[in-house]
Design a protein around this ligand. Structure first.
Ligand SMILES: *[C@@H]1O[C@H](CO)[C@@H](O)[C@H](O)[C@H]1NC(C)=O
Ligand SMILES: *[C@@H]1O[C@H](CO)[C@@H](O)[C@H](O)[C@H]1NC(C)=O
Ligand SMILES: *[C@@H]1O[C@H](CO)[C@@H](O)[C@H](O)[C@H]1NC(C)=O
Length: 550
C-alpha cells in the first residue's frame, strides 16, 4: 500500500507499476484489484469474449468514434451520429471532466502505453436501418475488436452497433492515476432472448416524461429493448386521445398537467428508437378500466338487488356501441404507436358486476353462454382481437386470455405473470404453440430486505418441461414495476440495479450463473449508472469513485 501511495505522486512511475502487476499476475497479494472480475465491469456479460493483458490508453483530446469508410452508414445516419456523441460523453465525461483528465496526464506523457485513437463502426448490411424502428426480429449481433491503433465495431445494422457501443464504453476504465485504459479485447455478442422488456405503470402514479426518458436511457445501459408502457388502468387515464379527448379529460389525475399528449408519446417513441427500444403500449380491458368513465355507456352499471348501485364494473360486452368505440380507439392507437404489437391486457376480470346486471344476464341467455362468464369475457376479447387485427396489429395478452380458452391468432404473444404454477403454464402455452414471454419471477414492485437481485439473476426461463421446439417459443421476459408505491421520487432506485439482473439473464448465456462474479461486475456497473446520472441503489456496503450528486 505504501508503495502505491508513493507512486501516486510520481506519474512517471505509474507504467512501471502496471508492468509490475502484469508480471505478478492476477490474484497476487500485491494486486489492488482482488475484488475484480476477470470480466471487468461488463454488464450484461457478452456471449463470447477474450480480454488480453495488453493495454491501450484513450485521450479525450484525440479519441474519435467514427463511421468506417467500409460502412454502409455514414454521417447523416442520425441514430448513429447521436449515439457516437452520447458514448463519447459517457466515456470521457463533461468538458470539465475531460480537462481534468488531460491535466492529469491522460493524453500527455503516455509513457510506453500505446494509444487507441479511434473506434470505427462498420455496418455491413446494405440497408443500415437508420430511419427504421426496431422489431421483434431485429438482429442485435455485434463484434468488437479492440486492437491498436484502431478498434473496430462491426454489426449488420444500427441496432447491433448501439449494443456494441454500450459494451465498448464498459470496456474503458480509469486507473488510479486518472488515465483511461482499455485492454486488447475481442467480443462476439448477441442476445439469448429477443424480447427483453421493462414494464412501467403510468396509471397508479403519473410519471413525468423526464422519468420515462431517464428509464429508457438506463434500459440502454442494460441492453433492454422493449418498453412495455402500461399507460392506463383503473386509477387514471393519462393518454390524451385525439378521437376521445374526454377519456383523459375525465380520467386523468389532472386533465392538463397529468396527461401524455401526442407530442409526449412521440417523444418517448423516438427517444426509445434511438436506443434500439420498442414501445409496446398496453390498453388493458375489459377489467382495469374504472378510469375510462369519460365514455358514456361503456362500463357496465352494477346492481344492488333490483336497483342500480351507482358503481361500474368492466366494459359492457353486450352493447354494439362498445365495439364501435373500441374500433375507433384502437384505430388511433395503431397509428400512434409504430410497433407491430399492442398489449391488450385481459387480466383479472371481476365477474360480480356482470352477474348483477339483468341486461347482461339476458344477453348471456340469448348468446347461449349459460352462466359461464368466461364465455362472455371470451366473446368480448374475440371481438377486440378482430378489431385490432383489422388495424394490422399483432397483440400481446396476459395469460388469463389463454387460460380462459379465447381463440387467439397463432402469432399472439402470451405473457405469463402468475408465479404459482409458472412452469406448468409455460409448458401449456408453448405446447399449444404460442409465443410466450415470462414476467412472473420479476415483479420488482415487491421489495424485501437484502440482495433480491440474486434471486432475479438465478431464474432460468427455459427450466420447464417441454421439447426444444416449445422452448424456442419463449422469446424473452419482462421486469415489471407496478406503480402502487412508485412515482418519480423512487422509481429509478427501485428499478436499478435490480432490473439489471433480469437484463443479464435475458441477454447472456445460460451458463452465466456465477453470483459472486456477477456481484463484482454489478457493483461496478451500478456505480457506472450512478456516474451517468441514474440514482441506482447500492447492492451492499461499499462506495463509488463518483458518488451520486443528484
Ligand atoms: C487488463 O490488463 C491488465 C494489465 O495487463 C490486467 O492486469 C487485467 O487483468 C486485464 N483486465 C482484464 C479484465 O483481463
Ligand atoms: C348489434 O349488431 C348485431 C350485428 O351487426 C346486430 O345483429 C344486432 O341487431 C345489433 N344490436 C342492436 C341492439 O343494435
Ligand atoms: C418435469 O416433469 C417431471 C415428471 O412429471 C417432474 O418430476 C419434474 O419436476 C418436472 N420438471 C419441471 C422443471 O417442472
Amino acid at each position: 500500500m505504501a508503495v502505491l501511495l508513493m507512486l501516486r505522486s510520481q506519474p512517471g512511475l505509474r507504467f512501471l507499476l502496471a508492468g509490475l502487476l502484469l508480471l505478478l499476475g492476477r490474484g497476487s497479494a500485491l494486486s489492488p484489484q482482488d475484488d475484480n472480475s476477470p470480466f471487468g465491469s461488463l454488464w450484461p456479460l457478452p456471449q463470447k469474449l477474450n480480454i488480453e493483458a495488453e493495454l491501450y490508453r484513450l485521450s479525450p483530446a484525440t479519441f474519435q468514434i467514427a463511421h468506417s469508410p467500409q460502412s454502409s452508414a455514414s454521417v447523416g445516419c442520425s441514430i448513429l451520429d447521436n449515439a457516437f456523441r452520447r458514448y463519447f460523453y459517457y466515456i470521457f465525461g463533461s468538458s470539465t471532466e475531460r480537462d481534468q483528465l488531460l491535466a492529469a496526464g491522460g493524453s500527455g506523457g503516455g509513457g510506453n502505453i500505446a494509444e487507441l485513437s479511434q473506434l470505427q463502426v462498420i455496418i455491413t448490411a446494405s440497408d443500415p436501418e437508420c430511419n427504421q424502428h426496431p422489431s421483434v426480429t431485429t438482429v442485435e449481433t455485434y463484434e468488437i475488436d479492440v486492437t491498436q491503433p484502431v478498434a473496430i465495431l462491426k454489426s449488420e445494422n444500427v441496432w447491433g452497433a448501439l449494443r456494441g457501443l454500450e459494451t465498448f464504453s464498459q470496456l474503458v476504465y480509469e486507473d488510479q492515476y486518472d488515465t483511461l485504459l482499455i485492454n486488447k479485447t475481442q467480443i462476439l455478442d448477441s442476445p439469448r432472448f429477443a424480447h427483453r422488456g421493462i414494464l412501467l405503470d403510468t396509471s397508479r402514479h403519473y410519471l413525468p416524461l423526464k422519468v420515462i426518458l431517464e428509464t429508457l436511457e438506463a434500459m440502454s445501459f442494460n441492453k433492454f429493448n422493449v418498453f412495455h408502457w402500461h399507460i392506463v388502468d383503473d386509477p387514471s387515464f393519462p393518454y390524451q386521445s385525439a378521437s376521445f379527448p374526454e377519456l383523459s379529460a375525465q380520467g386523468a389525475y389532472h386533465p392538463v398537467t397529468h396527461i401524455y399528449t401526442l407530442a409526449d408519446v412521440k417523444m418517448v417513441i423516438e427517444y426509445a428508437r434511438e436506443r434500439g427500444i420498442r414501445v409496446i403500449p398496453e390498453f388493458d380491458t375489459p377489467g382495469h378500466t374504472q378510469s375510462w368513465k369519460g365514455i358514456k355507456n361503456l362500463l357496465t352499471p352494477c346492481y344492488n338487488g333490483e336497483k342500480l348501485s351507482g358503481t361500474f364494473g368492466p366494459i359492457n360486452p353486450s352493447l354494439n356501441t362498445t365495439y364501435e368505440f373500441l374500433n375507433q380507439l384502437f384505430k388511433e392507437i395503431s397509428m400512434v404507436f409504430p410497433d407491430a404489437y399492442v398489449h391488450l391486457g385481459g387480466d383479472e376480470v371481476n365477474f360480480a358486476c356482470w352477474q348483477s346486471n339483468p341486461a347482461i344476464t339476458e344477453f348471456m341467455q340469448k348468446q347461449g353462454f349459460g352462466s359461464d362468464y368466461r364465455k362472455l369475457e371470451s366473446f368480448y376479447i374475440q371481438n377486440l382481437l378482430d378489431i385490432v387485427t383489422s388495424h394490422m396489429k399483432g397483440y400481446m395478452v396476459w395469460q388469463e386470455v389463454f387460460d380462459n380458452g379465447v381463440q387467439i391468432k397463432p402469432d399472439t404473444i402470451v405473457e405469463v405473470w402468475m408465479e404459482k404454477n409458472m412452469k406448468a403454464e409455460l409448458s401449456k402455452v408453448t405446447l399449444a404453440g404460442y409465443t410466450t414471454i415470462l414476467a412472473a419471477p420479476w415483479y420488482l414492485d415487491y421489495i424485501s430486505y437484502g440482495q433480491d437481485w440474486q434471486k432475479y439473476h438465478q431464474v432460468e426461463p427455459l427450466h420447464f418441461n417441454g421439447t426444444a421446439a416449445q422452448k424456442k417459443l419463449v422469446i424473452g421476459g419482462e421486469a415489471c414495476l407496478w406503480g402502487e408505491y412508485v412515482d418519480a421520487t423512487n422509481l429509478a432506485s427501485r428499478l436499478w440495479p435490480r432490473a439489471s439482473a433480469v437484463g443479464e439473464r435475458l441477454w447472456s448465456t445460460e451458463a452465466t450463473t456465477d453470483t459472486s462474479d456477477a456481484y463484482k461486475r454489478l457493483t461496478k456497473h451500478r456505480c457506472r449508472m450512478v456516474r451517468r446520472g441514474i440514482p441506482a441503489e447500492p447492492l451492499f456496503v461499499g462506495h463509488c469513485d463518483y458518488e451520486y450528486r443528484g
